[in-house]
Design a binder for this molecule. Sequence first.
Ligand SMILES: NC(=O)C1=CN([C@@H]2O[C@H](COP(=O)(O)OP(=O)(O)OC[C@H]3O[C@@H](n4cnc5c(N)ncnc54)[C@H](O)[C@@H]3O)[C@@H](O)[C@H]2O)C=CC1
Ligand SMILES: O=C([O-])CC(=O)C(=O)O
Length: 396
Amino acid sequence: MLRSVGSPSAVAGASRSFAFSSAAPERKVAILGAAGGIGQPLALLMKLNPLVSRLSLYDIAGTSGVAADVSHINPPAQVAGFVGEDQLGEALKDADVVIIPAGVPRKPGMTRDDLFNINAGIVNSLCTAIAKHCPHALVNMISNPVNSTVSIAAKVFKKAGTYDEKKLFGVTTLDLVRAKTFYAGKTGLPVSDVNVPVVGGHAGITILPLFSQRTQDGGTEVVEAKAGKGSATLSIAYAGAVFADACLKGLNGAPDIVECTLVQSSITELPFFASKVKLGRNGVEEVLELGSLSEYEKQGNLRGSMQFCICVQIHRLYGVCQSISLVLDNSLPMMIVVLKPEAGCYISRTGDLMIFISSHHFPHLPRGDTYLHRATGPLDHNAAQAAGLPLLPPYE
Ligand SMILES: NC(=O)C1=CN([C@@H]2O[C@H](COP(=O)(O)OP(=O)(O)OC[C@H]3O[C@@H](n4cnc5c(N)ncnc54)[C@H](O)[C@@H]3O)[C@@H](O)[C@H]2O)C=CC1
Ligand SMILES: O=C([O-])CC(=O)C(=O)O
């Protein structure tokens, strides 16, 4: 571990735009995955934030160098680097806000959901540690697929008895940042005059900006431009810093802090939905209504919601599945799931590949419980129950 020596701020006005008040209470922010492509510039931006008094940088490797480097910047936040699981508890202790960009980014040709298997495990173990060491912290989830990793975090916190729906956020701020930039670019308006709410989730058609396809495809645009060297890092570091700043302002009691973010919500039929949220001393103060939508937006919302439903199903399957991918068939989302062998015995007609969806796309897959009184079809009875999924109708 490496600790830096804090010095009084010699850089007057350095990135003061993130500040709310110089007489703010002491706040500790922890970044998990701090040595990565996002983690490093995010560490820099959080060091510049005068609302941060302690900055804790955690990763499985490489944080000593990042912490040493960032600690030399003048704003006064104390920086500490922590490496490896043994130091995770200390990294998290007393944190007010935990930001999680830990996990693998996608490569060209991949969807965010292709990252599920690896990142779900990472998020699972980090959230288990958060529940133990800083159960009251606000948690800002950046790791993809955000639509599912937020659900996994909720599940871990519920299991630990620490879940507070007001304190868990999927960071969708980059969608807003993009929407503002693209809209301003198109209209010639100053970006500071543009405000485009983006609702739904953070993947493809689940991202519902109110005007532009480009925001939905913004992530893919960067993935392709980086040609295998990762996904957006600098813009999401900026977006993550903007959102964390809003969280800190809310915690400190600043009035009227509203950001779009993915939270537990009852404004649609989905358990988690990104929309405008008022932030306060306890995290979420109010989830604001969507307001009126155009016909196009309503349609987008429907399609996005359908895909998002599948993300929710995925999170239920976590633990019994070996791999999951999503495909779009005639614009309808379909989930392809390969179960872990230990999830139960099942006879698969297509190797280990099982295709199903919770709705009516495949109503007649074989199941076998009518005559054999046990599952024999591709969707094993026990696995389905473990995943909390409805059983499919018997084979006819
Ligand atoms: N929410 C959003 O808007 C965005 C999300 N992302 C997502 O953020 C994630 C990170 O992206 P990058 O920083 O570019 O990836 P990266 O590979 O450059 O960095 C990830 C870091 O996570 C660390 N890590 C891995 N396992 C860990 C563990 N168990 N504990 C702590 N740290 C661990 C790695 O050592 C690495 O330093 C990806 O899943 C990416 O898809 C990326 C852009 C935007
Ligand atoms: O597209 C990706 O893989 C990373 C991401 O979430 C974004 O840039 O919005």
